[in-house]
Design a protein around this ligand. Structure first.
Ligand code: ATP
Ligand code: MG
Length: 751
């Protein structure tokens, strides 16, 4: 039986095969990157189907992204030799939860055609609630509340379950009440937010045991990829579904089984879990504790560490052979992650060749870095490498801008995965809209975009009136605005506000003649209140948006004037993203999970950027370990080449800051790493000048760096107690003043 069997089993190693063939009872595959965990899951589905154990509609399979779900479906078709009809339950937690919720919408006081709100809608709704409660939105921003509510939902907490201490952190104890009224409002609007898609499932399952039983009966097999990144709500949802249907209905107030473990989040204790003895059925989870990178979003690596406790009788299977990467890459990645303390520890080996060493390249600045990587990609292309097999993985999304511009210049097709391209981000579009109106007062689309952003009391009614005026007189909206403020058609407040705006644009246009375009852009963002709008915003992504805005201003330096810059933008925007079949992939390290490429570029390995200063500040040692896991994820995406970069200078906010190479570079094994010269060239000493001369004489990593710069970096780092900057007026100082003052220094590490 070991040697014969269906074709899809033939390539598997014995442990993989065991994971595929152990169909009964809970199974955990705990294994490192590239060991075939995802492949095991796919093969397992094929096996279940071809053995006739279940029909496609009886299998629940959770992937981390929709893309991964599509990929899995495709592979499945290949394995079985025919397309699989009906795999309705293959998708992300959200997509499956949403599907279930639509069937039972009425039990959540919704209609089955409910809308799913995005973050912006969510914030708008919360703002209204704050207004109604007379809570000062400046002091207690809606985005902060949105973040809190999200966090509670990730932990499976309904409004009544939020610990009072936590509800108290917002608006003097009103947090919990606001959460409750927010939920009520959602029902009235026939809407759900992302968190609800699972939370409402959990509630329905709890309150309607018959419905839960129906799903327990339906799903004969449950499979979960990337289990290390599940949060409490996802865990609870899985836990409910994975109980055997023969169990009597769960008493809603059953004793929680997690209460004996004080380290577990208090939220779990508030949950009614079935007794641990409940018979659990065929659930197979795969994951890797070393790739847990969503702690900041509420994921609990504990879920994987406690699997055997939560799913008694579980079979734990370890896979040790990595099929993805060459020897040098795997050794470098393993060595790096070995510096983490909180890990289970796993063996990873490859039978592949050593291949090329991981390269580390220092550049003078981020521009040279982008130029160098652009050249290397072109060189790879000349060697016959497919662009599809090339990825650039960044720590912070603003890093992408430089690469996108470079690729447009080179005519290299690229796609951004897991997020909009730089110039398509909302804050960038807003900023560009201001500049477009300055450049061309007739640009109605741009004017309409920013007329009330930030809010200046020029709502829909005003815009409608401007439209009417403009249409009647056949003039642009901006000119209509100029005319309308001379009449008394608008209420005094709106009229004053619109008059100010028109005057501001007139002034900026006049300034354009005498001010450098980069300065003008900064002035416009500041004077319009746009920068301030994001500075006051305490949501998780606000800092990232401010970084993007700074990066935008900085990118303008490369153009002679505003006109030239805007022309370039229209070219960039015009390129249909993702249309090309063969294109370089650009994404954050976070979005790269589960993916693999022959060639992986890893730019920006500098203290403050990677590891991210913000993560270190907020989460200390745990944050550092999560950053290191992120580095591990990055390296293990590579099949044949992994190339790391750091720039010695990054220009931030118009001024140069000297940077310190990432501590993670010290943690790479010298034997598997090669220092190379930047191909980016530079104005400061020709091709690779600075980077090369500085790193020529490095013999090994660690203590034997002989270059003064590096030693200084080390010393600074030690003095700073693990923080970067070490009194050089670099990132750290500016970063800490960032969210509290208008001097807005850089803040790295957003995604
Ligand atoms: P990650 O932790 O990064 O998600 P993973 O454990 O899910 O990795 P897979 O993506 O399933 O790993 O597999 C990595 C690569 O190794 C894939 O290209 C896969 O096809 C290949 N692979 C896995 N198992 C085998 C095998 N037995 N024989 C040949 N190739 C294999
Ligand atoms: Mg995988």
């Amino acid at each position: 039986r070991a040697s014969v069997g269906p074709k899809y089993l033939s390539g598997l190693n014995p442990e993989q095969r065991e994971a595929v063939e152990t169909l009964d009872g809970p199974v955990l595959v705990l294994a490192g990157a590239g060991t075939g965990k995802t492949r095991v899951l796919t093969t397992r589905i094929a096996h279940i189907l071809s053995q006739g154990r279940a029909r496609p509609a009886e299998i629940l399979s959770v992937t981390f992204t929709n893309k991964a779900a599509r990929e899995m479906k495709h592979r499945l078709g290949q394995m079985l030799g025919h397309a699989v009809e009906g795999m309705p339950w293959l998708g992300t937690f959200h997509s499956i939860g949403g599907r279930i919720l639509r069937f039972h919408a009425e039990l959540a006081q919704l209609k089955s055609n409910f809308t799913v709100l995005d973050v912006d809608d969510q914030v708008r709704l919360l703002k209204q609630l704050l207004q109604a409660e007379n809570i000062d939105d400046k002091r207690w921003p809606a985005r902060m509340l949105a973040g809190l509510i999200d966090g509670w939902k990730n932990r499976g907490l309904m409004p009544s379950q939020v610990p009072s201490g936590e509800a108290a952190v917002f608006a003097n104890g009103k947090g919990g009440k606001l959460y409750a009224s927010y939920q009520e409002r959602l029902k009235i609007l026939n809407a759900a937010d992302f968190g609800d898609l699972l939370l409402e499932n959990i509630r329905i399952f709890r309150e309607h045991p018959d419905i839960l039983r129906q799903y327990q009966q339906r799903f004969k097999y449950i499979l979960v990829d990337e289990y290390q990144d599940t949060n409490v709500a996802q865990y609870l949802w899985l836990r409910l579904l994975s109980q055997a249907p023969s169990q009597p209905a769960l008493p809603v107030a059953a004793a929680p089984d997690a209460i004996d473990d004080p380290s577990r989040d208090a939220a779990l204790a508030a949950q009614a879990l079935a007794p641990a003895a409940a018979r659990l059925k065929n659930i197979c989870c795969v994951g890797d504790d070393d790739q847990s990178i969503y702690g900041w979003r509420g994921a609990e690596v504990d879920n994987i560490l406690r699997f055997e406790h939560d799913f008694p009788g579980a079979k734990v299977i370890r896979l040790e052979r990595n099929y993805r990467s060459t020897g040098h890459i795997l050794a470098a990645a393993s060595h790096l992650i070995a510096h983490n303390e909180g890990r289970l520890g796993k063996t990873l080996r490859t039978e592949d060749q050593d291949g090329e060493k991981v390269t580390v390249t220092g550049s003078w600045d981020s521009e040279e870095e982008a130029r160098g990587i652009g050249e290397e990609i072109e060189q790879l292309q000349r060697q016959g490498e497919k662009l599809n097999e090339i990825a650039i993985l960044v720590r912070a999304s603003y890093q992408m801008r430089e690469f996108e511009d470079r690729f447009v210049t080179l005519g290299l097709p690229y796609r951004v995965i897991g997020g909009p391209r730089f110039y398509e981000r909302a804050e960038i579009r807003d900023a560009l809209a201001y500049l477009r109106v300055i450049n061309s007062p007739a640009d109605d689309l741009a004017f309409e975009r920013i007329v009330n952003t930030p809010k200046r009391g020029l709502g829909d009614a005003t815009v409608q009136m401007l439209h009417d005026h403009a249409r009647k007189r056949r003039i642009p909206l901006f000119e209509a605005a100029r005319a309308v403020v001379e009449t008394d058609e608008l209420k005094p407040k709106a009229r004053g506000s619109l008059r100010d705006l028109v005057a501001q644009f007139d002034r900026w246009r006049a300034q354009r003649e005498v001010t450098a375009h980069t300065d003008l852009a900064q002035i416009v963002l500041d004077e319009s209140g746009y920068t301030e709008m994001w500075q006051k915003d305490r949501s998780a992504d606000a800092a990232g948006r401010l970084e993007n805005l700074k990066e935008l201003v900085r990118s303008m330096e490369e153009f002679e004037n505003l006109q030239g810059f805007l022309e370039h933008i229209s070219l960039v925007m015009d390129r249909e993203g993702g249309a090309e079949d063969d294109a370089v992939s650009l994404m954050t390290l976070h979005s790269a999970k589960g993916l693999e490429f022959d060639n992986v570029f890893l730019p920006g390995w500098e203290e403050g950027l990677f590891p991210s200063q913000r993560t270190l500040d907020e989460q200390g040692r745990a944050g550092l370990e999560e950053e290191r896991r992120l580095g591990h994820v990055g390296l293990t995406r590579a099949r044949r080449r992994a190339k790391i970069y750091f720039a010695t200078n990054r220009r931030i906010h118009g001024t140069w800051s000297t940077t310190i190479p990432s501590r993670f570079l010290d943690e790479l094994p010298a034997a598997n790493v090669e220092i190379t010269e930047s191909k980016g060239g530079s104005a400061w000493g020709g091709t690779g000048g600075y980077g090369a001369s500085r790193f020529d004489d490095m013999e090994a990593f660690g203590s034997s760096y002989s270059t003064p710069g590096w030693q200084r970096a080390q010393a600074n780092r030690n003095r700073g107690g693990g923080r970067s900057g070490g009194g050089r007026g670099g990132f750290e100082e500016e970063a800490t003043t960032f969210s509290t003052s208008s001097s807005s220094g850089p803040d790295f590490g957003s995604f």
